[in-house]
Design a protein around this ligand. Sequence first.
Ligand code: OAD
Length: 233
Amino acid sequence: MTGVVVLTGAGVSAESGLATFRAADGLWEKHRIEDVATPEGFARDAGLVHSFYNARRAALKKARPNRAHLALAEFEREHRGDFLLVTQNIDDLHERAGSGNVAHMHGELLKMRCGKCEKVFPIDCGIDAREKCPGCDVAGYLRPDVVWFGEMPYHLPRIERAIANCALFVSAGTSGNVYPAAGFVGAAKSAGAKCVELNLERSANGGWFDEGRYGLASEVVPEFFAARAGTGA
Ligand code: OAD
């Protein structure tokens, strides 16, 4: 069995200049989750929610993939076996680095969805709460195609299948606070996979991992994957 599943979080994009969530100066220190990342918050004040995600879309325009993104794309190209990159990140830096098999379990910042006709469209600029949907022409229903608290993450069956068949599970740049992603390591262990954590510090679920390497993602991720490139594991 040569399957590899990598789970990434905000720490992998931090050195590209994108803010993480739970750092002292992180996004959740400056914004209330209830206001900007729940369906109830969107129903109360869609304008506030759009301004939060519009600002993140603007920040993403200035960001570039870093060595961690590039190392994961290179490993995927050279790996002889199944590979799935599961990301909690809504940026497109993994794709821009060249990753192919990416599951955005929390959605994507560069997509918007109409709550009326449910169609999904690409978006690379700001959304106005009163804008009309390009599909059904009804105003006021466009939302970022991201998963908010209280909503079902995307791609779970595909992710669960990959984890059940993996020999190596690596978690990189995530604090291990948000489920179901934080529980993937438990499922990987039950499947008999080796579980490795690569992060700045030991995460909330760090005790589950067989091995931890701690430091900047731009250093520990390339180091870890370079040693395994082309080995089939
Ligand atoms: P967090 O902000 O919770 O955690 C980021 C992790 O990355 C922390 O453990 C940091 O120590 C680590 N870190 C920071 N800089 C790093 C660097 N340069 N190199 C390596 N590690 C670094 O972000 P996530 O775990 O991704 O969900 O958060 C999970 C989910 O919570 C997000 O997808 C988002 C958020 O609420 C939703 O919005 C639904």
